[in-house]
Design a protein around this ligand. Structure first.
Ligand code: CFM
Length: 545
């Protein structure tokens, strides 16, 4: 099998593919989409800028979710001991109820509300007369039933439209209940252009209402927070296993397998390791400004990336024993990973993948495909910003439009008593001089091969067209794309919920992923998609007297 683009795209150059995708659109739409479809030149500094984090054109069936989904589902969804109460019609709650497959360990206290679906179940009369009383009653009811330490209230679209003051209701209930932290999120679905706005709204409130609430110093020598890891399909469990094995203490994870107390204690850690930077990089910045904790980018998707990330954490602490222990762990874990890779490679080598997911996985998973000898021929984010594509250095150039201005940026200053730089300026400079990088990520584009396609906010029509033209061996996206792609005869792997699989993070996760992708791309079932009478000319017969 030759390289993907030559043999499989059947003569289509990337320019032709781009032209084909745009051809159906009216000229104005085509002009706008053209800026979001980039033929990668793999030149870090000369790659033309991509248009991202802009509104989807009405009428286009986007893959994106809403702001409420980003706040309630993504950031707060994995919190097990916070009652997540949705103020809105029941459908908004029902569809955000564990469909992301974020897992949790109920812990020794067993306080776990994740399997419940809390909603005020708004009706027409609440829309007409206002829903504040109903919300207050629902908070009271949840408190009476469970006595949780915290209740989070989420606004859905109708709440914003009728103007219910959820923040005042939350503040009043917090005061009334006394021992329960109640706060609200103005995360109406329409608030931003995608779920990315919801991440920001959620994280701002977590920072404002929870972080720093518990000053108690937790045991552990090498204390970190893991930001932007959501324990989908048990990814977080595998990462925690590795941390424990290495002797690294994870004070808090934002927010996979997390507890209220983890957020409250986050300021006691000594390093922030940021996994999904899209959903949380600003929290890392705020933790540094207020408490003096530096941050680095990590990635635990892919065995090589996992090893690199563990080494990076050890290098930060600079402790010889920790560095040696991390090497031991890597040496212990890698043989199984290498054996699995060698086992699948004869079938996966040279195959091609497309990935259109959220805001960081379309990049992170490229590592896993590389390890199987597979090439990513087209990739993109649903709601990434330019820095997720082009690297963090472009942040100062990003134009702030009206939609982004709508999302609050909270001003943070050094905490008067608790700010304490974890490393001196000299120590930081020494690390940087040795090639260590703080506060940085490169983005997807520099990592993609030349001549591949990078597409922002891919839609249903373009997805089908891409598959039709470039015939990848596997397509990765979400549930909305799953069946339409499979009907085209191409296996489809959900990289949001992992279908029913996972974990895919860390070393054991890599093994799981290799096996799963091997199973999908090696299956013969896709060849039977057309019935024999659709492929062969019709049988004919004649009467003979
Ligand atoms: Fe971050 Fe995520 Fe993602 Fe995301 Fe998401 Fe997700 Fe995702 Mo689905 S936080 S940006 S909003 S890594 S739910 S765990 S898979 S789109 S690429």
């Amino acid at each position: 099998m030759g390289t993907a683009i030559d043999s499989k795209a059947a003569g289509w150059t990337p320019e032709e593919v781009k032209a084909e995708l745009l051809q159906k659109y009216p000229p104005k739409v085509a002009r706008k989409r053209a800026k979001q479809i980039l033929i990668n030149e793999a030149l870090e500094n000369e790659t033309p800028e991509i248009s991202a984090n802009v509104r989807t054109i009405p009428g286009i069936i986007t893959m994106r979710g809403c702001t409420y989904a980003g706040c309630k589902g993504v950031i707060m969804g994995p919190t097990r001991d916070i009652v997540n109460l949705v103020h809105g019609p029941i459908g908004c709650s029902f569809y955000a109820w564990l469909t992301r497959r974020n897992q949790t360990d109920p812990g020794p206290d067993g306080e776990n509300y994740m399997n419940y679906c809390f909603s005020t179940d708004m009706q027409e009369q609440d829309i007409i007369f206002g829903g504040e009383k109903k919300l207050a009653a629902a908070i009271q009811e949840a408190y009476d039933l469970f006595h949780p330490k915290s209740i989070a209230v989420f606004a859905t679209c109708p709440v914003g439209l009728i103007g219910d003051d959820i923040h005042t209701v939350a503040a009043r209930m917090k005061e009334k209940l006394g021992d329960c932290n109640v706060y609200a999120f103005s995360c109406e679905g329409y608030k931003g252009v995608s779920q990315s706005a919801g991440h920001h709204i959620a994280n701002n409130q977590v920072f404002r209402h929870i972080v720093g609430e518990n000053d108690e110093v937790k045991p552990g020598k090498f204390k970190i927070n893991l930001l932007g890891e959501y324990n989908i399909g048990g990814d977080g469990f595998e990462i925690d296993r590795l941390f424990e094995k290495c002797g690294i203490t994870c004070i808090s994870t934002f927010s996979g397998n997390s507890t209220y107390d983890q957020f409250a204690s986050a300021h006691t850690a000594d390093l922030n390791a940021v996994m999904c930077h899209r959903s949380i990089n600003y929290v890392a910045d705020m933790l540094e400004t207020r408490f003096g904790i530096p941050w680095i980018k990590v990635n635990f998707i892919g065995a090589a990336a996992t090893a690199k990330s563990l080494r990076k954490i050890a290098e930060y602490f600079g402790d010889k024993k920790l560095i040696a222990r991390v090497e031991e762990v890597i040496a212990e874990e890698m043989p199984a990973v290498e054996a699995a890779a060698a086992e699948v490679r004869p079938r996966t080598e040279g195959r091609t993948a497309m990935m259109f997911v959220g805001g960081s996985r379309a990049h992170h998973y490229k590592e896993l495909f590389n390890e199987m000898g597979m090439q990513t021929i087209a990739a993109g984010y649903e709601f990434g910003h330019r820095d997720d594509y082009e690297g963090r250095r472009v942040i100062p150039e990003i134009k702030v439009d009206a939609d982004s201005r709508n999302i609050e940026e909270i001003e943070v200053e050094a905490d008067p008593t608790r700010y304490q730089p974890r490393k001196s300026a000299k120590e930081l400079a020494a690390l940087e001089k040795a090639g260590y990088r703080f506060k940085y990520y490169d983005g997807l584009i520099p990592d993609m091969d030349s001549g591949t396609l990078v597409i922002d906010d891919l839609n249903q029509y373009e997805a089908e067209k891409l598959v039709e033209l470039m015939k990848p061996d596997i397509f990765c996206a979400g549930i909305k794309e799953k069946f339409s792609v499979q009907k085209l005869g191409v296996p489809m792997k959900q990289l949001h919920s992992y279908d029913s699989g996972g974990p895919y993070a860390g070393f054991q996760g890599a093994v799981n992923f290799y096996r799963e992708i091997d199973r999908l791309v090696s299956s013969k079932v896709w060849g039977y998609l057309k019935a024999p009478w659709q492929r062969e000319p019709q049988l004919s017969a004649s009467y003979n007297y």
